[in-house]
Design a protein around this ligand. Structure first.
Ligand code: HEM
Length: 265
C-alpha cells in the first residue's frame, strides 16, 4: 500500500476569496483573463509603461480625420512585413557571389513556403514605396509640413531616402543578370553626384571595381544598417506625431469662439 502525505495547508493570502451570494463560478476564460490582467499589472507596476501607451494610443485627433490618415500606419505595416519576411529569407540566403543566385533559387523552388515569403518581400517592397509616396502626398497636401511639424517632415524625408536605399540594395541580392547590370548602372549614376558622388560609389562597390565583397556590402547595408535606422526613425516620427497631434484637413475651418466674435464686432 502506498502511503500518501497530506498536502501542506495553503497560506491564508493565497486562498481564493469566498464567492459572494449570487456570484457565479469563474469560468476557464475568466481565470485566463484574470491571469493576463495580473501579468500585465505586474509588468506595469515595475515599469509604468501603461502611461506611455495611453499617451500614444488614446490621444485626441482633429475633427474630419479620415482614411487618408491611415497611410502612415499602412507604410509602417509594410515595413514590418519587410522586416518579418526578411528574417526568414536571411535564414536561407547566402551573400557570396558563387552561391547567392543558387540560394535564391532554393528559396523559390525548394524551401517550405519559400516562394510565398519571397513574393511577400518582393511585392511588399513595391507596396511600401507606393504607400510612402501616398503618405507624403497626404501630409504635403494637408499642409502638415508647416509649423510646428517641420522637424517631422524632415524625419519623414530621411525615411523616404532610406526606403529608396532599401529598394536599391535589395535589388542586387538575387544576383541574376538583371540585378547585376542594373546595380552597376545605379552605382555609376551615384558616382556622377557632385562632390560626394565618387566616394559614394566607391563605398557602395567596396572599392573602385564591382568585386567579390560588393554583394556582402549591399547585404549588410540592406539587412542591418538601413532597417535599424528606419526602425529608430519611425520611433522618432511617431513620438513627434503623438506629441504634436495631427493636422486637421485643410477644408475644415476653425470654429471661432462666439464670445470672441462678439468682441471683434
Ligand atoms: C517609413 C516611412 C514612414 C512611416 C512608417 C510614417 C508613419 C507615420 C504615421 C503613422 C503618421 C501619423 C498618421 C498619419 O498622418 O498617417 C505620420 C505622420 C506624418 N508623417 Fe510620416 N511616415 C513615414 C514617412 C514619411 C515621409 C516620407 C514624410 C514626408 C517627407 C512624412 C511626413 C509626416 C508628417 C509631416 C506627419 C504629420 C502629419 C499630420 O500632422 O497630419 N512621413 N507618419
Amino acid at each position: 500500500m502506498k502511503l500518501k502525505l497530506p498536502a501542506p495547508p495553503i497560506p491564508e493570502q493565497l486562498k481564493p476569496a469566498p464567492r459572494r451570494p449570487g456570484e457565479r463560478k469563474p469560468s476557464a476564460s475568466d481565470t485566463l483573463k484574470e491571469g493576463g490582467t495580473s501579468a500585465v499589472a505586474w509588468v506595469d507596476e515595475r515599469t509604468s509603461l501603461s502611461g506611455g501607451a495611453r499617451w500614444m494610443m488614446f490621444r485626441k485627433v482633429p475633427k474630419g480625420t479620415n482614411w487618408f490618415y491611415t497611410l502612415g500606419s499602412a507604410t509602417m505595416f509594410a515595413f514590418l512585413n519587410q522586416a518579418m519576411t526578411g528574417v526568414f529569407l536571411a535564414m536561407y540566403y547566402d551573400p557570396s557571389p558563387t552561391n547567392a543566385y543558387e540560394s535564391t533559387r532554393f528559396i523559390t523552388n525548394e524551401a517550405f513556403l519559400g516562394e510565398f515569403v519571397r513574393g511577400m518581400h518582393k511585392w511588399g517592397s513595391t507596396v511600401m514605396v507606393i504607400l510612402i509616396f501616398l503618405h507624403m502626398g497626404r501630409t504635403f497636401f494637408f499642409g502638415a509640413y508647416k509649423y510646428p511639424r517641420e522637424l517631422n517632415w524632415v524625419v519623414g524625408a530621411i525615411l523616404l531616402i532610406l526606403t529608396m536605399v532599401m529598394s536599391f540594395t535589395g535589388y542586387l541580392l538575387p544576383f541574376d543578370q538583371r540585378s547585376y547590370w542594373a546595380t552597376i548602372v545605379g552605382v555609376n549614376i551615384n558616382g556622377t553626384g557632385p562632390l560626394v558622388g565618387p566616394y559614394l560609389s566607391d563605398f557602395l562597390r567596396a572599392g573602385p571595381d564591382f568585386g567579390a565583397t560588393t554583394l556582402s556590402r549591399f547585404y549588410a547595408i540592406h539587412m542591418l544598417l538601413i532597417p535599424g535606422l528606419i526602425a529608430a526613425l519611425i520611433g522618432a516620427h511617431l513620438y513627434l506625431v503623438a506629441k504634436l497631434g495631427t493636422t486637421a484637413p485643410p477644408w475644415l475651418k476653425a470654429e471661432s469662439d462666439p464670445e470672441l466674435r462678439k468682441e471683434s464686432k
